[in-house]
Design a protein around this ligand. Sequence first.
Ligand code: HEM
Length: 182
Amino acid sequence: MRKLSRRGRQTVLIVHLVAAGAWIGIDVIVAVLVMVGRFGSGLETRSLAYRALAAFVVWPMLISGLVCLATGVLLGLGTKWGLIRYWWVLVKLVLNVALCTVILAVLRPGMGAVGDYGRDLLTGTPDPVEVSQLFYPPAVSLTALTIATVLSVAKPWGRRGGTPARKPATERPALTRTANSA
Ligand code: HEM
């Protein structure tokens, strides 16, 4: 792929950061709703928290995850970083794909039961098994996104295969220096 222009890279990076920030924000909202659903005072409030979780959370989360993935891939392919050239990019790619897969394959199918549980809270005695695992998704996702953010800033571990990205200036061909000094 052609390298991104300076302006293009900035634009894609801004969208990438906004998507990553939105994703983290939605995860925080999920964590709050799960806590309110479990420990909130009053059945009305708890029921509302579960119904809000079921109705509003999955698609915004999935969309921000996919935008983050798409812009991340563009940044990787359009800059010196590559997609699998550096460990920190590869690990972020794996984390992002894994999280989006979990949202689609695990979270989304379970949301119907969460909504039912919220409604049943007001009318009867719902089965708590349906919501007992709800603490895990925001905890796992926030941990993974924090790791991805740290990796993005620290850019650790260097290049895959241990080869340096570029030779230091002193090791570049004498041709450059000869040409400059001519
Ligand atoms: C998992 C969620 C992700 C989060 C929270 C995240 C976060 C970030 C942050 C905070 C930066 C800015 C770092 C800086 O400028 O110092 C960044 C840059 C970058 N991200 Fe992500 N990212 C994620 C996913 C991805 C994915 C999936 C890829 C590629 C497959 C990717 C590739 C990149 C690249 C190449 C840059 C550097 C852009 C540049 O400086 O030109 N990111 N990311």
